[in-house]
Design a protein around this ligand. Structure first.
Ligand SMILES: *[C@@H]1O[C@H](CO)[C@@H](O)[C@H](O)[C@H]1NC(C)=O
Ligand SMILES: *[C@@H]1O[C@H](CO)[C@@H](O)[C@H](O)[C@H]1NC(C)=O
Ligand SMILES: *[C@@H]1O[C@H](CO)[C@@H](O)[C@H](O)[C@H]1NC(C)=O
Length: 279
């Protein structure tokens, strides 16, 4: 059994040397992943071939968001997201410009959950994605992640305890078996993904200072504890959940994390663009 990997992100100000024994660099041969879109780039003769990147700035900026495309997984869909983008107006049809339109569930791909997602009274009160704290989502100080020795299990209280996440750590991205299984690259929704069981979520809330929880499949909660885990995380309206992250390209190390949701008034979820920046 290969232990799933855990990314732990925290403020550098709070880092102590005692954290570093956990840190372990790992490179991932499977990176970048194949979508059919990722071609090695060679300068074309007429330079009319767009470049699609996973990293920027010579590798300093790592994109940890997934591309939106019809074959990406979508909640409980056996056939993926499907057709969601079309050219409503086009130059070929005599319009002045090309104008695309899209229809997308707000919890698609790399996305964020607001408290109104599972609490009706929070939804009614307006706790939408526009109210999320950018100070938590856009951290200018350092961030780190490490590989954990926890077993191939869902994230229970027992698993959380063994991670020894120190107090003061405010942001954690969990890289799990989901990344190793490439679940975000599979069209069919898979209920066997790794996520938080209710007691794992409760342990995190009670025993850590974590305010940003990131995971590598469509839900932070294991399928069997879907609502209970979401309730535990979102009830206090302080913890922000970022789901569907692309963590295969990030090695253990120290980063800042920047995640920006759309300002969708009235929406309890939003696509989110997340990047890690190496120091
Ligand atoms: C979109 O616009 C470009 C010009 O900017 C044009 O060449 C292209 O044919 C247009 N696409 C469609 C489908 O009309
Ligand atoms: C987001 O992060 C950048 C880079 O660290 C920083 O300059 C900016 O002030 C931050 N924005 C907010 C709203 O915190
Ligand atoms: C995690 O829980 C799901 C059900 O929610 C289950 O199908 C899956 O096998 C579990 N994963 C592991 C690694 O135990």
């Amino acid at each position: 059994m290969t232990p799933p990997q855990l990314l732990l992100l925290t403020s550098a100000l709070l880092l102590s040397h005692t954290l570093f024994p956990f840190a372990s660099a790992t490179s991932n041969e499977a990176y970048p992943p194949t979508y059919g879109l990722d071609q090695p780039w060679t300068p074309p003769a007429d330079d009319l071939v767009p470049v699609r990147r996973e990293v920027y700035g010579g590798g300093r900026i790592i994109d940890i968001s997934h591309r939106y495309h019809p074959d990406m997984p979508s909640w409980e869909s056996p056939d993926g997201l499907g057709h969601f983008l079309w050219l409503a107006k086009s130059i070929k049809k005599g319009e002045l410009a090309n104008n695309s339109e899209m229809k997308l569930p707000t919890h698609t791909g790399t996305h964020v959950d607001a408290p109104g997602h599972v609490f009706d009274h929070y939804f009614d009160a307006g706790f939408d994605v526009d109210t999320l704290d950018l100070d938590v989502l856009n951290e200018s100080s350092m961030v780190m992640h490490f590989l954990s020795m926890f077993q191939e299990k869902n994230i229970t209280a027992e698993v959380m305890k063994t991670l020894n996440i120190p107090k003061g750590v405010r942001r954690v991205l969990f890289r799990t078996l989901n990344t190793d299984r490439g679940l975000m690259y599979k069209k069919a929704f898979d209920t066997s993904y790794v996520g938080f069981m209710k007691d794992g979520a409760q342990w995190l809330v009670d025993n850590t200072d974590i305010k940003l929880v990131g995971v590598d499949y469509l839900s932070v909660a294991a399928f069997d504890d879907l609502l209970p885990s979401h309730y535990v995380f979102l009830e206090g309206r302080e913890i922000i959940l970022v789901e569907g992250l692309k963590l295969d390209g990030a090695e253990a190390g120290i980063y800042s994390v920047h995640c920006l949701p759309l300002r969708l008034v009235g929406a309890e979820g939003s696509p989110i663009r997340c990047i890690l920046i190496k120091p």
